[in-house]
Design a protein. Sequence first.
Length: 565
Amino acid sequence: MPSHHTPLHAAAAEIVAARVGVSPADLKVETPRRTELGDLSVACHRLGKDAAKAAAEIAQSFRPHGLLASATAAGPFVNFKVDRSAALAWLLDASKQKMLVPRAVGEGQTICIDYSSPNVSKHLAYHHIRSTMIGHALVQIFRALGYTVVGINHLGDWGTTHGMLIVAYRRWGADEPLDVTKLNDLYVRFRSEAKTDPTLEPQARQAFKELEDGVPETRALWQRFRDISLAEYQAVYDRLGVVFDDVRGESAYEGDVQRVLGDLESKNLIVESDGARVVQLEDEKTPILLVTKDGTSLYATRDVAAAEHRWNTYHPTRSLYVVDRGQALHFRQLFKLLGKMGYEWAHVCEHVPFGLVRFGGVKTGTRTGNVILLKDVLGEAEHDVRKLIAEQNPKLVGDQLDQIAATVGTGAVVFANLASQRDKDVEFDWAKVINLHGDSGPYIQYSHARCASIQRNAPPDEGGEVDTSLLGHDAEWAVARKLIDFPDTIVRASLNCEPHVICHYLLDLSAEFSRWYTMGNGDRSLRVLTEDAPVRRARLALVAAVQRTLAEGLAMLGIGAPDQM
C-alpha cells in the first residue's frame, strides 16, 4: 500500500487525489528519475484514457502553496517541484528532533523474527553471518518504525545429529578436553566413519531415542554440549552487538510433540508411508514427514509447536523465519500444514530466504569440515582495517585505534553480507570488504566520521535561527533531496525484508555528501566552514542532518558509526 511519510509526499498526493476522486493513500508518490522533471511525481493512471488530460488540468490549475512550488504534466504524471527553503526547514527540524523515520508505522503491531538459529555443538561459522545479520538488521528496522519486535534464536539442539555426537563422544572423545572445536571435529569424524561403518547410524538413532526418553546420563551429556556451544556463540554475538529477546531450542518443544501428533491424528491428517507418519499436502509432490519409521520425531513437528507458541505468546502481525533458501520446501510445507490444521493465523508466517556465502566459489559448511569460523573472519578484518586506519590517520593510537578498528572491521564484514539483494549468493572478497573508499561499509562510516570532523572544526555556534534560503546550491539540494527519501527507504526495506535497500541508500547519500563537500576544494565560497557565519550555520545544520541519518541507517544494519577514522 502506498504510504506518504513526509508532509511533501502527503501534499502531492492530496492535490492529485482531489481531482482523481480517490483517497490520497491510494496514490503512489515517487521521485522522478530525471531531476529536471521535478522532485515528486504522482500518476493519474486510475483514470485510464483520461489520465493524461487529468494530469494536464491538475498542473494547469495548480497554485504554489505550502511546501509545493510548481507542477507540470508529463503524460499521465503530475510532477511537482517543492519549495526548497520550506522543505529544508521541515527536513532540518525533523532530523534534529529525530522524527525523520516514521515511527508510527508499526504502532500496535508485533513482529516475531527467527534468525541466526545455529545448530548446537557446531561452530558459529562464517556462513551463519547471513541469517544472523539479516535478521538483526530486520529487528532494528522494524523497531525504528515503531513495531514491537521479538528477536528469536531458535537453536538446533535436538534431533538425530545430537545422537551422532553422543555416539562420537563416547567412542572417541571422552578422555579429551571439550570445546566447540572438539565437538565439531567429533561430528565430522562421525560423518566420515559412518560411510564405511553401517552400525553407526542406528547407534545415533538409539542415542537420540535415549534423549527423548530422558535417560539421565545421556541428557547430562547433551546439556554439557549445549552449554559449551552457547558460551562460544555468545562471545561472537557480543562482538556483533546481537541481542535476542527469546533464546530457546527445538528441545523446548519436546514436550509438545505428542500433543501436536495427537491433534493431527484427531483431525485425520496423518497417514502412514513406508512405516513413517506423514501429512499429505495439496500441490506438493512429497508429504511432510513428522515421525520416522523407527518412531523418532522430526523437526517439522517441533516447528508446529514453536509456531503455536509464538502465536499464543505474542500474537504477531508477521512471523518471519530468516533461513537460507535451501529450506524453502520445508517452510512452504510447514505453513501449509499450519493452515490445514485450521490455524487462521498461518498466513502471518513468512519465510525470508537468502543466498549462500561462497569463498572463491566454494560454499562453506560444517558437514565435511571445510568450516571458516565467523570469529576468525571478524578478527582478520579488524587486523587489516587497523593497519589501513593507522596509515591514514597516525594520530589514532592505542585503545582508541583498537576500538575504531573493531567497529570498522566488523562493519565491513556485516555490510558485505547485507549489500546484495537477499536472495543472491555472496562472494567473499577481502579487498572489497575492507575498501575504505569503494561501495563498502567503511566508506559510509568514513562519511559519518567526516561529518563529525567538520563539526568539531567549526567555530563556536553563535546561536540564531538557521536560514534555509541560504542553502541555494543544487549540490546542497541534492543532499537534502536524498535525506527526504530516507523515511520511504526504511519503510520499503521493511515491507520486503530487504536491508540491502538501506545499504544502497547510505552509499548514495554518502556520495551526494562527498560531491557537495569537495566542491569547496575548488571554490572557497562553497566550503561548509565558510567565513560567512549565517551560511556556515545553515551548511553545518545540513551536515548534522547527514551525520544523524548515516548513524541511524548504519545502526539499522547493525553497524557502528565512529566519529573518527
